[in-house]
Design a protein around this ligand. Sequence first.
Ligand code: NA7
Length: 530
Amino acid sequence: MLMADTDVVIVGAGFAGLYQLHRVRGLGLRARVFEAGSGVGGTWYWNRYPGARCDVESLEYSFSFSPELEQEWEWTERYPAQPEILRYAEHVADRFDLRRDITFDTRVTHATWRDDHWEIRTGGGEELTATYCIFATGCLSVPKEPDLPGVESFAGPTYFTSRWPHEGVDFTGRRVAVIGTGSSGVQSIPVIAGQAAALTVYQRTANYVVPARNAPLDAATQDARKAEYPTYRKLARESLAGLLGTPSEVSALSVTPEERTAAFDQAWERGGLGSFRQSFGDLGLTLEANDTVAEYIRGRIRGIVADPETADALGPKDHPFGTKRPCLDTGYFETYNLPHVRLVDLRKTPIVAIEPTGVRTTDELVEVDDLVLATGFDAMTGALLAVDVRGRDGVRLRDVWAEGPSTYLGLGIAGFPNLFTITGPGSPSVLSNMLVSIEQHVDWITDCLAALAGRTIEADEQAQERWTAHVAEVGAQTLMHHANSWYLGANVPGKPRVLLPYVGGVGPYRQICDDVAAKGYEGFRLTETA
Ligand code: NA7
C-alpha cells in the first residue's frame, strides 16, 4: 500500500471546500485544497458583476456548524450582496485558519485512480497522491461558452458577469449591450442602466421575476434569529428546499379567483424565492395550477412596464413558473421605463452576429461600446468534467457520463473509488439553499471518512442505477421537463437532456443518506485497501 502524499485532496475553496477542509482536519487527516481563483469564496469570488446578490436570505445562507461564527457575524441586508458574502467566506477562512492548506491560482487538471490512491495533477505541473479526492467544484462555476457568432470580433471590451473584473467597470456615458436575462442579467441590468448612456438588453427567454424586497437587516430581527438559531437551522434542514417558510398544501384551483389573487398579492408583497409556494402547494405540480401564477406575474409586468409591446415581451410564456429558477429583482421591470433602455426580443429578431461595432439582429445593427454577457453556466457537471477524471481501469468520467451523469446519491460514482462530490448531480443541490446542502454533504462525507479508517469505498453499480432511476422518476412527477433550463442541461448545445438535481427535497434526502450510513454504507462497497 502506497503512503500517499496527503490523505485528502479537495478541489475548490468555495463554501464547500472550506468547510470540508475544516472537517477533515478535525479527523486528524492531512488535506490539500486546490483553488483556481486567487482567493476563497468560489462563486462569490468570481461573480462580481454589479448588483450580484444571493437569492436566499443572509440569515439562512450562512454556516450553522459553529455557534460562535453564527453569533459573531453581522449581516447588513435581508439578501446579502456579493462583497458581503465574499467577506464572510474570507472571515471563515481566517477564523478557522484554513488558508495554510489551500494552494490558490491552481487548477486540478487530472485525477487518476491508481490501484489504491488518486494521482492528482495541477495546471502548475504539481503531481501528488491522495487517498481520497473530494470535488467541491460548485454547481455554477464553469461559464457556458458564448454561442454567439462573431463574439470574438467585437472591438470593445466584452465582460462576462461570471468573470467580472475585480476593479469594477464604469459604464458612465457608454453604450452597452447586455445579452441574457437570467438572474445575472436581471440583477445587473438596473445597475448598469443607472450608469450607461444607452442600454440595449437582448432577451431570448423571458423569465419569471419576483420582487426581492431587499432591505437593511435591523438589529432586532438579527438578534431574535441569533437567539433561536438552532431551532431555525433544524427547520431548514428538515424542509424541502433548505429554506424557512412552510409550503402551502392548498390547491390554487380550490379557491375563487378573488381569493387566489389575494394570496398572490400577499406573495408578491412578501417577495422572495419561496413566496408563491407558500400560497399554493400545486404550482409546481400541474400546468393548470401553474398557469394561474404565470398569468398573475404577467399581469404584474403589464402593470409596471409602460410600453405594451415591451411588457408583453417581458412576460414569460414558454415555460411554467418555477421550472427555471425564478429571479429576484430590485427595480428590474421599472428599468424598461427609462428612455435610454430598450429591450430586444430575440424570439422575434434573433441575433445574426456580433460585429466589431455592435450586435446585429435580423432587424438592425445596434452599435455599442461594451458587451456584457450574462449567458449562464455549464451547470452541475461542467466543473467535474473540466477535470480529466479517470477511475478504475482508466475509465474516463467524461465517457461514463456521455449520456448524462449517473451517481449514487450525488455523492459517489461507481468505478471511481474514494471519490466524493459535494452537491453533485443527483442530489438536491441547486434546488435548495446551497449552504444547507453543502453542510449536509460535508458532514456525511466526514462521518464516512471516519468510518472508513483508510478503507476503500466505491458506489455499487446497481445502487447507482436504482438511485439514478429514482432521481428521474421523482423529477418526472414535476413540471421540470417543460422548460429548456440549465437544470436539464438544455442551455448548453449538445449537452444530454437529463434532470441534474434531485427534486425529492433536502429533508427526505438527508434521511435517505443517514439511513445509508446507518446500514453500514448500504449501496457502497467497502474494502480493505490492498
Ligand atoms: P442563466 O439563468 O442560465 O441565464 C442565462 C441567460 O442568457 C438566459 O436568459 C439565456 O437565454 C441567455 N443566453 C444564453 N445564451 C444565449 C445566446 N446565445 N443568445 C441569447 N441569449 C442567451 O444564468 P445566470 O448567470 O443568469 O443565472 C444562473 C444562476 O445563478 C441562477 O439561476 C441563480 O441560481 C444564480 P435562454 O434562457 O437560454 O433562452
